[in-house]
Ligand binder design. Structure first.
Ligand code: NAG
Ligand code: NAG
Length: 485
């Protein structure tokens, strides 16, 4: 399937997930489990984080009765994480420490650099989130920004992807089929939430409830005016009616999921000592095996101009048996349509203090429950970081030199990565004054222990074959992944 990457700026930002989850009622209509539906989904939601969306749909639909049928028809043999361990090649020698949060507000002292003790404060337990003031010195912040500027930054999200209409045509989908697919609760009406969530993941244009009303009015789409689209009303619209309506009006960067520029800085041997120091410090902070940290993505440096934002998202995709990770691609033979980023930890560094706005929001941090459908309610979309940052549960103010870090996955209880932590949902609030500079260090871990171990073995073999260029294979791999524009 030629569905991914070419237009994706980086192989990850896990989407705001569509309003559905594993335990949602299984669909009654068995037709939606067919392969063509799956293809449709893959194509319909092309571009913005297609893989994770596709995966969600796959799991959603294949939970139904025709799972076996689907599996055999695609002849896909999946390596399941929860399969018995009888044929494991690697015994579990690595394990992933997790820092105790104790309780919100708890402060622990950590020793990361000579002659200085840092204080690490627990900000939330769901997700497990910490803040460390003074993690970087002012000088280090300055160097990182300067290195990023020297390297040059690129748009984090390309404006308007092309080519998907043709694909949709090739698949020959009827409006009924698409309608069924979007109608998650199968009430034969499309609620605004159903439209919004799906439209925005389709190509990264962030539809708001107001946009939707304007579109309905402009296209006379909702002829009975009840705020819902029936199949008849939907049928009257062309496949990309919403997007083309907005595009005709002219699309601004502020209407995208993400409005920033970024670049990647390698941190291996031979790079600026500040970058190498930073990586060592992250290793000490997270207490993870240094191989894991060294084989992770390079440092991502991001600049948000005034008006910049990043709407709510997860840094890692959900974990299903079908999930494969971008970083361990080397250890799997085929490219998978379910490839996603597997980022065990996000360490985010604020490189300057922002004059206005630019907080990092965790809208559901330590919420009692988490329900995707509750994220958009009565015109309040908690994922919208241009409008509703003040309504989320937790916001971190960007302060120069401060680091925050959190776990994007829960533990599996056996010292390895478990399920995605849905509470790790976060976003960058709109910058109202000045510029915001941040850097991200992601620690990649494959939830499939065997794959992670095999990957590390492959890398170390390559390093033995090419001594003197220790980090070559891993960094060139990262180059392949990230410089795709
Ligand atoms: C990849 O394919 C080769 C040969 O087809 C096989 O020996 C090897 O086990 C496969 N590796 C993985 C990770 O599936
Ligand atoms: C947050 O928790 C409250 C109380 O359990 C719940 O009503 C609300 O739906 C939750 N929010 C989300 C987004 O799940």
């Amino acid at each position: 399937m030629e569905v991914d990457e070419s237009v994706e700026e980086e192989p990850v930002p896990s989407p705001v997930q569509p309003p559905m989850s594993r335990d949602r009622v299984p669909l009654q209509k068995s037709s939606v489990c067919s392969r063509s539906y799956f293809m449709v989904v893959m194509v319909f939601f092309h571009v913005y984080i297609i893989n994770v969306i596709a995966l969600l749909f796959y799991v959603h639909y294949s939970n139904g009765s025709s799972r076996k049928e689907f599996a055999s028809s695609t002849q896909h043999q999946h390596r399941s994480f929860d399969r018995p361990v009888s044929h494991e090649r690697f015994s579990r020698t690595m394990h992933l420490p997790r820092i105790e949060g104790i309780r919100v507000g708890h402060v622990q002292k950590v020793s990361l650099v000579p002659n200085k003790v840092h204080e690490m404060r627990t900000l939330s337990l769901k997700p497990l989130l910490f803040e460390i003031p003074g993690f970087l010195t002012d000088e280090e912040c300055r160097v990182v920004i300067q290195l990023a500027q020297l390297k040059g930054l690129m748009e984090s999200q390309v404006m308007v992807p092309e080519g998907q209409e043709e694909l949709t045509e090739q698949l020959n989908l009827s409006p009924e089929e698409i309608f069924n697919l979007l109608d998650l609760n199968q009430d034969n009406q499309l609620q605004p939430q159903e439209i919004l969530t799906h439209s925005r993941v389709r190509d990264g244009i962030w539809l708001t409830p107001e946009n939707l009303r304007e579109i309905y009015a402009g296209l006379h789409a909702d002829s009975d005016g009840n705020g819902l689209l029936s199949l008849e009303e939907f049928r009257a619209l062309s496949g990309d009616a919403f997007q083309s309506f907005l595009k005709r009006r002219g699309l601004k960067r502020s209407q995208l999921v993400r409005n920033s520029r970024h670049t990647w800085l390698y941190q291996g041997q031979g790079t600026h000592h500040v970058l190498q120091d930073l990586r060592k410090r992250v290793t000490l902070l997270t207490r993870l095996p240094s191989e894991l940290v060294e084989l992770s993505e390079p440092l991502q440096v991001v600049r948000y101009e005034q008006g910049g934002h990043y709407h709510g998202h997860h840094d890692s995709g959900p974990v299903y048996p079908e999930t494969t990770c971008t970083h361990t691609r080397l250890a799997t033979n085929s490219t998978s349509p379910f490839e996603t980023s597997c980022r065990y930890i996000t360490a985010l560094f604020y490189l300057n203090s922002v004059e206005g706005g630019g907080e990092t929001t965790f809208p559901v941090a330590d919420n009692r429950t988490y329900e995707e459908l509750s994220l958009i309610q009565n015109d309040v979309d908690l994922l919208d970081t241009r409008k509703n940052c003040d309504k989320g549960n937790l916001r971190v103010k960007p302060t120069k030199g401060t680091a925050v870090f959190w776990y994007n996955y829960l533990s599996d209880g056996q010292g390895w990565v478990g399920e995605q932590d849905e509470y790790s949902l976060h976003g960058g609030c709109v910058v109202t004054r000045g510029t915001k500079w941040v850097a991200n260090n992601w620690i990649n871990v494959d939830p499939d222990y065997q794959r992670q171990a095999r990957y590390q073995e492959l890398v170390s073999q390559q390093q033995q074959e090419a001594p003197g260029e220790p980090s070559k294979s891993s960094s060139s791999q990262h180059i392949d992944h990230h410089v795709e524009l």
